[in-house]
Design a protein around this ligand. Sequence first.
Ligand SMILES: Cc1cc2nc3c(=O)[nH]c(=O)nc-3n(C[C@H](O)[C@H](O)[C@H](O)COP(=O)(O)OP(=O)(O)OC[C@H]3O[C@@H](n4cnc5c(N)ncnc54)[C@H](O)[C@@H]3O)c2cc1C
Length: 443
Amino acid sequence: MASAPALGQVPASGEVDIAIIGAGAAGIAAARRIAAARRSYALLEASGRIGGRVATGAGVFGIGHDRGAHRLSSSGRNPLVALGRLEGLRLYDPSPARRLNVGLREARDNEYDDFTAAVRRASRAIAAAGEAGRDIAAARALPDLGDWQATVAFVLGPLFCSKDLDQVSTVDFGRAEDRSDDLVCREGLGKLIAAAAKPLTVELDSPVRRIDSWGRGRIALNTARGVVRARALIITASMNVLVSDRIRFDQPLPKHVANALAALSLGTYDRVVLELPGNPFKMADDQRVIFKTTAARSMALVGRVGGTDLAYAELTGNLGRELSNAGEAAMVAFVGDFIAAQYGADARKRIGRTEAVRWSNELWIRGGNSAAAPGSGASRKVLAEPVQDRIFFAGEAVHETWWGTVAGAWVSGERAATAALRYIGVTPPSDSPARIEGRKKSP
Ligand SMILES: Cc1cc2nc3c(=O)[nH]c(=O)nc-3n(C[C@H](O)[C@H](O)[C@H](O)COP(=O)(O)OP(=O)(O)OC[C@H]3O[C@@H](n4cnc5c(N)ncnc54)[C@H](O)[C@@H]3O)c2cc1C
């Protein structure tokens, strides 16, 4: 393999300064920074495509849509916004971004106020428990929210964290920063990530199966296509992949690191994409609809995705996992029943074709987003430290406050690259340019 790499390409096998496992947002950001510092890298991706949990495809509908991440959160300081604009992609504000439904109708002003106040009270109570050093299950810190209890628990738990609140640490939840002011990319976030990766060389279908880091020599990465040796390593594989036996470490990870990986397991964020021809439920473009509920088993709906007739039914947390395990038919059946319960029995007939997206079943992802288990609120900090001075973790799970987002993954990738460059004695560029030139020739 790659005995005579083409000029300007990094070989899939051979020696490089820094190797990166995974070409999702974090891995691409890391590679761009290393390329900007004019050092060699190998960006190794297990699957046959780049982007990880960012993917734009047409599915059965023939209409491009995001299958994973859809919004650029906290757009005012999200580094991908500038990049998207530079690439000429159309970013827009999906306003009004959220809607609350009570039964068949939209919530009245006073109900919006009550809901917003209940979300704030709950968030503050969870954060206050964490700040007071009570690293307990967020569910235990919830105040009495009256008839908003189940709705707020769903929004803050499964929808925000991919996990139910009894599995989420108060400390971890309390550190999450505000993620409003979203932007949506008309062409799909996958196109933005693809544009970011355009100047890079990515080795697809190259799963890293074993990492040998014994001694002070180069780290050896055993892939299905050969061995790559690197002076430093950045690992961006998801926590659920890392705790499986899909990647083996010849040197067992320190116990506190292994514990942190396990504590930050991914919850479930799967979805059914459905056609709703003619916008029967009168949703605005990319609007997320929350339903007032008294049941723990709820879902959110995102309407008119990218201005099309497609919608997302978000199946998250315990319910999402249960349905996903039961299979596509069970997911679609639940969504049909839920829509009928919310909009009336006839509403089911308005649903056209459907397609389930099961991130929890994707071999090299295995879930939605990370959330720290109760008692493990410091886990992200642990992963921000290198192992053996030269193995760096990156990805959404490693960002302390912006976890669960593309931006958090991106920034953590850049940080890991900076640290890895320093380790090999290179002063990193002070900032990553929005545009990087050409490909880095391997040594
Ligand atoms: C349904 C859904 C909706 C979401 N919506 C949003 C949203 O609207 N906005 C937002 O900001 N975020 C959203 N997120 C979260 C966001 O998608 C993730 O936080 C982010 O994409 C994670 O990027 P990452 O680089 O950390 O990891 P990943 O995207 O998981 O990338 C890791 C890569 O590593 C590869 N890999 C794994 N193991 C190996 C191996 N052994 N060898 C080589 N390669 C390997 C994987 O194939 C993958 O490509 C959503 C997530 C989901 C699931």
